[in-house]
Design a protein around this ligand. Sequence first.
Ligand code: ASP
Length: 246
Amino acid sequence: MEASIMDGSKRRCGAVSGLSTVKNPVSLARLVMEKSPHSYLAFSGADEFARQQGVEVENNEYFITPDNVGMLKLAKEANTILFDYRIPTVGYEKCARVESLVKMNGLPISIYAPETVGCVVVDSEGRCAAATSTGGLMNKMSGRIGDSPLIGAGTYACEVCGVSCTGEGEAIIRSTLAREVAAVMEYKGLGLQEAVDFVIKHRLDEGFAGLIAVSNKGEVAYGFNCNGMFRGCATEDGFMEVEIWE
Ligand code: ASP
């Protein structure tokens, strides 16, 4: 697992990767930001820091679910890396919970629960923050680090906005997607939704990805170049909505 967090108003950030027992990786990323002299800890050093800080940990078995074991087997047999939002062309019939899957054109849109969770917030004084947490991609190579813990790629926050991304990490890294949203707002003067639409259209190359964003004016925006993205929005006065498709 890997995660990152950024406090835009103070431009502080923390990130972790290579975790296998920490229950809430974003909490550890926050401790890196607040309690260490560094921005990013990984693998054994991150584990050691987690133990020192006394964060909640679970045996590694806790994270291994029957559905994911099944999906990993299928991915290995097909010698492929699976993305949660891609319509699988082979093998999905064997998935344990195939009946309960959301379907489009008869095919499941997602064959396992999305692995990545992102959150962006803005407070009443326009201070933005962002965080992203993930298990990465199914059947990834050992040692692979994705976009989620990389500040500027999967997560970014500054004085103007907060952004969290999901999707093919390699494509998100190539396009420094989260930072690009802030950059086009700052340097091209675009509004939040315009900036999101611009980076999804012009900065992502062949990769599939999406993002959620808030601005210092309290605007909320999202964008993706795939079929759907699980997302929700809540305000302090009780408004709530969840969406999957465009
Ligand atoms: N972006 C994540 C990664 O590449 C995966 C995801 O968003 O589902 O590690």
